[in-house]
Design a binder for this molecule. Structure first.
Ligand code: OAD
Length: 230
């Protein structure tokens, strides 16, 4: 089976009712990114940061995987599928995708501020000021904030190097190092991009653009992949 690597972003979860970050009406229009998604923001106002992620986590409880998440699961019958997601939701897993690497953390986990190895499943529950790890340190959202290293990036680059086919779905490719992963994909590997808007497209690549929302775009792409690339 060929290895199909998929880089996903907030756009793939938009049709599940979760807001993207940089579209009109997106989260970074409503919130100041430096206040809610940076170590400095956490130092300045822990309660605001906790409230922001508690809201996201509660909203995720009512969201369901959409046609695009489900289409990626269907591809597992024909390809060895590896998903690399910038999303902190669990919609790929809930749809049934087997191999999902989260680059920016996971909403349903909490991490100790004193020992980053201590990570807990919290499944939809709020994190409050005073909630502590077993060593007595405050818990924080298990999210990679701006200015923090991305621990999974090495593993993700290796996965990209080994791709036979590469898909990019619903990401503006604005945030590094995630956006740079495309550069690890060997030249000659067919690249497909699903997004209703123009995205900064990697230069000099064999690229097929599907300018549609992820749900309908993935249905079309599945057909192309299964008929021509397996
Ligand atoms: P963005 O909000 O930057 O980009 C979302 C992309 O999804 C855009 O290119 C949209 O055109 C596209 N889009 C919108 N609706 C869509 C739909 N129905 N189907 C398909 N695509 C659609 O989100 P990301 O690229 O994921 O990080 O953002 C990357 C990172 O920046 C996030 O992981 C987050 C954010 O700040 C952290 O919080 C650390």
């Amino acid at each position: 089976m060929k290895k199909l690597v998929v880089l996903t972003g907030a756009g793939i979860s938009a049709e599940s009712g979760l807001k993207t970050f940089r579209d009109m009406g997106g989260l970074w229009e409503e919130y100041d990114v430096s206040e809610v998604a940076s170590p400095e923001g956490w130092e300045a106002n822990m309660e605001l940061v906790l409230r922001f992620y508690n809201d996201r986590r509660r909203q995720l409880l009512t969201a369901k995987p959409n046609d695009a998440h489900i289409a990626l699961v269907a591809l597992e019958k024909y390809f060895k599928v590896q998903i690399i997601t910038q999303n902190v939701d669990d919609l790929h897993e809930r749809a049934g995708s087997k191999n999902v690497l989260h680059l920016h953390g996971e909403l349903n986990k909490a991490q100790s501020t004193g020992d980053p190895e201590l990570i807990y499943n919290i499944k939809g529950k709020d994190i409050k000021k005073g909630d502590c790890c077993e060593k007595g340190h405050q818990l924080r959202p298990y999210i990679v904030w701006f200015g923090e290293p991305v621990p999974a990036i090495e593993e993700a680059s290796e996965i990209c190097r080994s791709a036979d086919i590469f898909l990019v779905v619903g990401t503006s490719l604005n945030v590094y190092p995630a956006a740079g992963l495309v550069n690890y994909v060997p030249s000659g590997v067919p690249l497909f991009l699903v997004d209703p808007q123009a995205v900064k497209i990697p230069q000099g690549r064999k690229l097929t653009l599907i300018r549609e929302k992820a749900g309908s775009g993935m249905q079309k792409l599945n057909k192309i992949l299964i008929e021509n690339y397996r």
